[in-house]
Design a protein around this ligand. Sequence first.
Ligand code: SF4
Ligand code: SF4
Length: 161
Amino acid sequence: MTLAPSIEEVIEDFNVLKCMQCGVCSGSCPSGRQASLNVRRLVRKIGRDHEAICDESLWMCTTCYNCQERCPRGIAIVDAILAVRSIAAHEGLILERHRHVANLLQEHGHAVPIDDTRKEKRIQLGLNSLPSTVHSHADDLEDVKCLLASCGFGEITGRKE
Ligand code: SF4
Ligand code: SF4
C-alpha cells in the first residue's frame, strides 16, 4: 500500500516550478531563525533535485503557513513540503527522534505520554491524575492502535534509514 505521491506529482500539483527564488518565504519563516531550514532553498531542491527527500531541513518546518500565505507566485509551499515528507517517510527516511515519537503514539496513543511528574502536577492543580484521553480509556486506545495499523503507520515509521 502506498499513499505517497511521486515527486513529479508534487512539483506539478503545487506549482513548485513557478518559484522565482525571491526569498519572501525564507524572510517570513520563524523556523528558519531557529533551525537549519531555508525554505527558499528547499523549494528549489524539491523542484530540481530528487534528493530533497533526504534533506533534514524537510522536517524543520512547523507548518505555520506564513510562507505559503505570502508567496507572490501562489506556490503551495507547505503542502509540497508535507507531500515530500510523505514520500520520504515511505522510503524510511524520517528522523530518528520522529520515529521515537511515532512509536510512543502507537504504544500509548499520545506523542507525549503522561509520566509521574505530570500526574503529580495535575493532582496539585486539582485535576484527575490522568487526562480524559486514551490514558483513561484503555478500550479507546485499542481503537487508536487499530486505526494506525489500518493505514500502515507502524510499517512506515518503523523502517530504518
Ligand atoms: S516566496 Fe514563493 S516564489 Fe519566492 S522564493 Fe519562496 S516559494 Fe519561491
Ligand atoms: S510553514 Fe514551515 S517553511 Fe513555511 S514559514 Fe512556517 S515553518 Fe517556515
